[in-house]
Every structure is written in C-alpha cells, then in structure tokens.
Design a protein around this ligand. Structure first.
Ligand SMILES: [Fe+2]
Ligand SMILES: [Fe+2]
Length: 190
C-alpha cells in the first residue's frame, strides 16, 4: 500500500465501478441509452471521489474506469453533439427556446473542455501497470474531485433540462434517425 494513502481510510474490498457497458439493446431507444450512459457517468464520478478519499485505486478498477473514459465517453459526446442536440435544435419552437439553444452550445463546449481532464485521468490510471494498488497523490485526488464536480453539474443540466425537453419534442422519426446514427457510430446494424 502506498505511503500517501489516507490513514483514516481503507481500500474498497470490491470493484468501485460496474464495468458492464451500456446494453446495446437500449440503442433502439436512444434517449434511454443516453440516460443509461449518464447513470454510468455518475458511477464514474462516485468512483473518482472514492479514489480521491482513499488515496489509492486497485489495478482492476483503474482499467475499468480507463475503459469508460477512453473508449466510451467520446462516443457519448458525439451522440449528443452530432445527433441529439442538432435534432433538438430543429425542434425548437419559439424565442423561449433560445435559452435551450444557448444551453446546448455550453454543453458542447464543456465536452471539448473536458477532454484535457479526461486525458489526464487516463494517463494517470495507465501509468503504473505493475502495481496491484496505485497510489493517488493528493494533487491528482483534487483533480479527480474537480472533474467529478464538473461532471455532476453537466449531468444535472442534461438530465434535468435537455433530456426532459427531448422527451416531449422528439418525434418517433427523430428517435429512429438518432438510433440509426448511434448504432452506425458503434459499427452495429440498424
Ligand atoms: Fe450526456
Ligand atoms: Fe454531455
């Protein structure tokens, strides 16, 4: 165990992140798939907070979290930026929706801004492949907490505003079109 592990904490016994991918069957309803991804992002935030509090992460959890951050999250960002948000913009009805348009722009900007933090997390989690338990330095712990806080704010807006509006505005055809594009992005047949 690393020397900087918080003395008042102990490492978790079991996995701190469920490694199962979002079920592909949910792609038939893209809003459900995106919501399921959001649930997994919340799990990642919880895992990062646990790692920061404990001051360590075991190798298996580091690999699981890396897989999501490096291999899945960028797909989720494209699902939103290239599919969900553009369709939602086409369904905006009035000047009252100008605020929604601005919110979507801010969310896309956040996706781009978060790439540096995600890359930093992945680099750290992959840096020490030989240790069973990876020590999380306090500076990295603070960075994990900051990323988790930003992600929570982002998810609150997406779930509380964007997804709520999408449920009422998207037509059946919109959902089918988004579903087809999200499947194609993952190399799956419609
Ligand atoms: Fe999202
Ligand atoms: Fe997002």
């Amino acid at each position: 165990m690393g020397s900087t592990m918080r003395p008042d904490r102990k490492a978790c016994d079991g996995p701190i992140f469920d490694p199962r991918p979002t079920p592909a069957i949910l792609l038939d309803d893209p809003l459900e798939f995106i919501l399921a991804d959001h649930y997994r992002q919340r799990q990642i935030c919880h895992a990062l907070r646990t790692m920061a509090a404990v001051g360590a992460v075991n190798q298996d959890d580091a690999i699981r979290i890396t897989h999501f951050l490096r291999d899945e999250l960028w797909l989720h960002h494209l699902d939103e930026d290239e599919d969900l948000f553009p369709v939602l913009r086409r369904r905006m009805r009035s000047e009252r929706d100008l605020k929604l348009g601005q919110t979507l722009e801010e969310l896309t900007s956040y996706h781009q801004q978060s790439e540096a933090a995600i890359a930093q997390l992945v680099t750290f989690l992959l840096a020490d492949g030989s240790s069973e338990m990876i020590v999380v330095p306090e500076a990295m712990g603070r960075m994990m907490l900051a990323y988790a806080a930003d992600e929570h704010r982002h998810l609150a807006i997406e779930n509380g505003v964007v997804m709520a509006i999408a449920r009422t505005r998207l037509t059946r055809q919109d959902r089918a079109d988004i579903s087809r594009r999200m499947k194609a992005r993952r190399g799956l047949a419609d």
